[in-house]
Ligand binder design. Sequence first.
Ligand SMILES: [Zn+2]
Length: 238
Amino acid sequence: MGMLDTLLDIQSHDTTTDQVRHRRATLPEREELASLRDEIARLDGQCATLINRRDELTAQERAFAEESAPLEVRAKNDEAKLYSGEIASPRELQALQADVEQLRRHQRGVEDRQLGLMEQREGTESELAEIDEKRADVVKRAEALAAALGEAEAICDEEMAAEEKARAALASELADGLLDDYEQARKRAGGIGAARLVGDTCQGCHLSLPATEVVRLRKQTDDVAPFCDNCGCILVPS
Ligand SMILES: [Zn+2]
């Protein structure tokens, strides 16, 4: 096998490596994983808002509980006095009775508001539990996807390593300079450094070469690299 044919084999390995690298860079799992991570971040934001709201409601609830406790004590004391028999004056009794009623009304008002807050807090807590559950589900899916992505990447890495190993073995057979010419041609021609000349057509760019040029190329010896005038790749006559 001539050196130029070896170059075609190298090109074939390089093309495969490029394809695998592209496949690795565009694995669908990666994009899906990114969108799941966005979803987790969004749910985290919702959780933080709900936790803030719950804590605020808890604090307000506690404030109302603290307001109602002394009202209860005062009402009880007044009721005890009312029924103790210590007070004989009907007017005083009536006034005390009115005080007790006023205290109890105040207490009920405070407790109603406390109850309203408790209901809101419980609603917030169940919303929070729902989001926690949703988040756990997304986290589970993200973990499975991350594992699948890792596996797919590892398969690509193995394939590329095998291609590169085979390529290195072939490259060691090439004359100095030819590989450099190939690498430069590959850069110029967007990945194609060497292509077969079939008839008068370069298989790199699929354009025809002038007949005189084809004749000249076919006469050339193997150790001179002929380039395609159109795409710049090294032509390997068949
Ligand atoms: Zn060409």
